[in-house]
Ligand binder design. Sequence first.
Ligand code: ADP
Ligand SMILES: N[C@@H](CCOP(=O)(O)O)C(=O)O
Length: 324
Amino acid sequence: MAVYTDVSDEDIARFVAEYDIGNVISFKGIAEGVENTNFLLQTDQAPFILTLYEKRVNPDDLPFYLGLMDHLSSKGLNCPTPIHGTDGVALRRLCGRPAAITSFLNGMSPRRIQPHHCAGLGTATAQLHTAGQDFDIYLGNAFGVKGWRPLFESCRSDANGVQPGLEQMIEVELDFLEANWPHHLPAGVIHADLFPDNVFFFPGQDDVSGVIDFYFACNDLLAYDLAICMNAWCFEPDNSFNVTKARNLLSSYGKVRPLSGDELAALPILARGASLRFLLTRLYDWINTPKDALVTPKNPREYINKLRFHQRVDSASAYGLSEE
Ligand SMILES: Nc1ncnc2c1ncn2[C@@H]1O[C@H](COP(=O)(O)OP(=O)(O)O)[C@@H](O)[C@H]1O
Ligand SMILES: N[C@@H](CCOP(=O)(O)O)C(=O)O
């Protein structure tokens, strides 16, 4: 459950009056989600999502996120479109928090991921990368390679309590990634959190119907976004890697935005980096989330297994593709 901020009926009526979106019919908190408070807002015109940005979102970054969604929507990507008030402003304040209303996207995140979902995801990811190329605001990745060591230092003393030997494992991996990170690869706007809960499909259809939650989006290596997807979509619940899903993901991506030989060769290290990134943020949350918190922290151990898998990989052929 992630509704951190209460909003009264009077507050919402006053807030909605600043837009040209009709009158409020209903308004309810959304349990899913971790970072922000989301409400499903139904007016007599349409459904919308109202988001109140909570502590973990840096308010200075909000113009990037909202501007990016505006930009991608204008290029035909199915992502939430920020709704602007009658004064033209999309980013406002409600109950002491930065807040915005965006369009509501139909569709559902897949409960059981099938290979065809990975194909759809590959196409949508490449479309997002292509559409983001001429977005003119820059935001570095706070959870990119430079951010991993400070994050590790903030929680390393508790790492072995989560799994014996974890502190040493992360230390060695960090040294390797910092020394070998492929900074030269093509970069641009990435989503950086393309997990199944942020990608919608219509039942029985292969194409992605919408992508949400752009609040980790940033500028980084394009192929790194694919590595994040591979980790989030191509492992089975028993931790085995599904090469068919990975092949579908990568080959569908490549049909829209062909991957260079360098990008393909770098996939194993990018996947190691993507594993470490989510291992570290989950470890931090695992250690620091109070027992009575509204959200249950995600298990970091899942990402230890993923990291170990990629450490044994030496070429993209393990992901179902040949390097040319
Ligand atoms: N534009 C949208 N259209 C439809 N549902 C949405 C939209 N934005 C958010 N949601 C719903 O709200 C939930 C939480 O949103 P999300 O952005 O993932 O939150 P958080 O950033 O807090 O993790 C999603 O799982 C989805 O059910
Ligand atoms: N995808 C991350 C956690 C971020 O959650 P989201 O609800 O904002 O997508 C993870 O799995 O560690």
